[in-house]
Ligand binder design. Structure first.
Ligand code: S0N
Length: 275
């Protein structure tokens, strides 16, 4: 594996994730290898802050999401803190705030690659699913466990899964709670590429660098369009927001605002009415 110097993003003092950047790529690493990178409310709160930062940071083009070590990407919610109503943090409040992270990944106007380096199980499996692309090491294992351990994700974890692998396979994955190899996951369409573990980061970085040579606005619009097809009014809102942003770049949109401030009628006649 090529040795690259990931630089810590210093704006935060995270306890349960690592947050680094390299050459326009941000890397978020769930850093609880002792528990197969299971997430607590603090882990997901930190992930939320990191993804929010990535959205704002002009210098970041692509985000990698991974887990520390070579055993797990993420094993879902931390069972030690699973209480009534959700996962309980140090403030004693139960939360399901991984759902916010799922939405952030989906709405981030930049590609997110899941770099799956071991188990992607339960809520960890859902996290890789909602990423735009998944690159997995040969030792990666995928699966849902909910009905075995007293939970379920009937949101993206089910409906989006079914869009990817089909209804029958999605029901099999959830109803039987079996584990699938990286190759099986690739055949089901859940994984874009399987590589040896020692090539995983290189491959993710290479894919990220390739995407960063593409038009960022084109990637943003494609992501919004792919989401919109599935996300109903929320998806249309995302795509429409991007269209509004583009409209604001035009003189035609500026004319309306200028005319208001200059207390005159806007002159829209000069703008083209293209076929
Ligand atoms: C990942 C597995 C298969 C790894 O097996 P392996 O390699 O044999 O290691 P183990 O010896 O089992 O594990 C090593 C140590 O790590 C601890 N650990 C592993 N996973 C977890 C976990 N999820 N929580 C807490 N600890 C974990 C082990 O206990 C062990 O510790 P020690 O050494 O002390 O014994 C295997 O570990 C496994 O099957 N893990 C459980 C995976 C699982 O069932 N995950 C699902 C958890 N639930 C969810 O994710 C539900 C999501 C959810 O509730 C939700 C739904 C809708 C909307 C929101 C949410 C939400 O979560 O917010």
């Amino acid at each position: 594996m090529a040795k690259r110097e990931w630089k810590k993003i210093e704006d935060f003092d995270f306890k349960e994730i690592l947050f680094e950047e390299y050459d326009g790529i941000a890397k978020i690493t769930i850093n609880r290898p002792r528990y197969r990178n299971a997430f607590t409310p603090l882990t997901t709160w930190e992930m939320s802050q990191a993804f929010a930062w990535c959205r704002e940071a002009q210098r970041i083009g692509v985000v990698l999401l991974t887990g520390a070590g070579d055993k797990a990407f993420c094993s879902g919610g931390d069972m030690h803190v699973k209480g009534r109503g959700g996962y309980v943090g140090s403030d004693g409040v139960p939360r399901l705030n991984v759902l916010d992270v799922q939405m952030q990944i989906r709405r981030l106007p930049k590609p997110v690659i899941a770099m799956v380096n071991g188990y992607a199980i339960g809520g960890g499996h859902v996290l890789h699913l909602v990423c735009d692309l998944t690159i997995a090491s040969e030792n990666a294992i995928f699966g849902q466990t909910g009905p075995k351990v007293g939970s379920f994700d009937a949101g993206f974890g089910s409906s989006y899964l079914a869009r990817i692998v089909g209804q029958k396979k999605a029901r099999e994955i959830w109803f039987l709670c079996r584990q699938y190899t990286a190759r099986e996951a690739e055949q089901m369409g859940m994984v874009n590429k399987v590589v040896p573990l020692d090539q995983l980061e290189d491959t993710c970085v290479e894919w990220a660098q390739t995407m960063m040579q593409r038009s960022p606005l084109a990637l943003r619009m494609i992501k919004a369009g792919l989401n919109a097809e599935l996300d109903g009014q929320a998806g249309i809102q995302e795509l429409a927001g991007d269209a509004t942003m583009l409209y604001y770049f035009l003189d035609e949109a500026q004319e309306g605002g200028k005319a208001f401030l200059e207390k005159r009628k806007p002159d829209f006649k000069k703008y083209p009415k293209l076929p």
